[in-house]
Design a protein around this ligand. Structure first.
Ligand SMILES: [Zn+2]
Ligand SMILES: [Zn+2]
Length: 347
């Protein structure tokens, strides 16, 4: 059992690992999620093909992916351009930007883990196009592509989709990663994320999957029990410069990880997923290494990691689990999706 503090080199913060407090490891019992077989099409889903959305717009009868402007944007160029001056040290500015939604598939019942590799590659291309298009806008300094998946993170519609917030500011975590990566490059001549990859491969216990050019791992410094990263082995500041083989390998690594997530407890695994790509503010990001982070909120099938005193009150995470142990659980899972392994309702 591990009882120590680990340094998170990308966020520059300590994580308290207090795995000695954990109850016994999960015994493998699964909870019944049969009976929730989803339809491939739902007439009142705002993401299904051909359906009417709240804005009055009708979705295309799309066959693979579908991108549209968010009907309830948190940032937009329609936001008030004139904002009232606040007093004293306070500052404000217009909430300018573009918010979009990307449907992964016309099939309402599928999750990322259940898409074919070829479909995931298509999705990666859409993410790439969106990053390029939105990032080229002079007022857009950052493109955050993320997926909130599952009711545990507040999403009730299972239709596979992600969101894009293209903003006039750089999101805090990316800003930190970019800053520490730049400093590391200046001080050592090396890419920080490459040093992380080297450490992970030297240890090996937390590598979940690896092929020729991509890797999925549960980092030494994970804040959440099942937190994992997927990254190309070569440094790319964004998804834009991955070549065809790297895209395919990356898609395979994404699939390998998400299938294991779903297989862990034989249930759709909730998470917040985010693409970490270089800001689009025309800075120098040679030290930035594109990756996707998964932050699953569950520690056990029905047990959420609650953010409380240490995390919310103090700003540092307390983890009750051992990253090595959690990685071993994921590594041990089968690589074909449980829904495709057996008919629903059977053991
Ligand atoms: Zn749907
Ligand atoms: Zn990151």
């Amino acid at each position: 059992m591990i009882w120590e503090e680990r340094w998170h080199p990308l966020r520059e913060e300590w994580i308290i690992i207090a795995a000695h407090r954990q109850n016994r490891p999960w015994n493998g019992e699964t909870i019944a999620h049969e009976g929730v077989t989803l339809p491939v099409y739902l007439p009142d889903c705002y993401l299904c093909p051909g359906n009417l959305r709240v804005s009055g717009q009708r979705n295309e009868h799309y066959a693979s992916t579908f991108v549209f402007d968010n009907d309830h944007p948190c940032v937009g160029f329609e936001a008030p351009a004139e904002v009232a001056q606040p007093p004293g040290i306070y500052q404000n500015r217009p909430a300018a930007g573009i918010a979009r939604v990307v449907c992964y598939s016309p099939n309402h019942s599928l999750a990322l883990a259940e898409l074919e590799i070829s479909e995931i590659i298509k999705l990666l291309r859409v993410w790439r196009e969106q990053y390029v298009e939105l990032g080229s806008h002079p007022q857009i300094n950052h493109v955050l592509i993320f997926e909130n998946k599952g009711e545990a993170v507040g999403v009730s519609n299972p239709h596979p989709h992600c969101q894009i917030y293209a903003t006039n500011f750089v999101f805090k975590t990316i800003e930190t990663e970019a800053r520490v990566s730049e400093r590391h490059l200046a001080e050592t001549g090396r890419v920080l994320f490459q040093d992380i990859l080297a450490a992970e491969r030297a240890d090996g216990r937390r590598i979940i999957f690896e092929n020729e050019s991509a890797v999925a791992f549960l980092p030494y410094f994970a804040r959440y029990a099942y937190e994992c990263y997927v990254a190309p082995k070569q440094t790319h500041a964004s998804i834009v410069t991955l070549d065809e083989r790297e895209l395919r390998d990356f898609a395979e690594a994404l699939k390998q990880l998400t299938v294991r997530y779903d297989n862990l407890w034989q249930m759709p695994f909730p998470y917040v997923m985010a693409l970490h790509q270089a800001p689009t503010d025309s800075g120098d990001y040679r030290g930035f290494h594109f990756h996707i982070e998964f932050h699953p909120p569950l520690r056990k099938p029905n047990l959420l990691k609650y953010l409380a005193g240490p995390e919310i009150g103090g700003g540092n995470f307390l983890s009750d689990t051992s990253p090595e142990e959690k990685a071993a659980e994921l590594r041990a899972k089968p690589t074909s999706h449980y829904k495709q392994e057996k008919p629903a309702g059977t053991q």
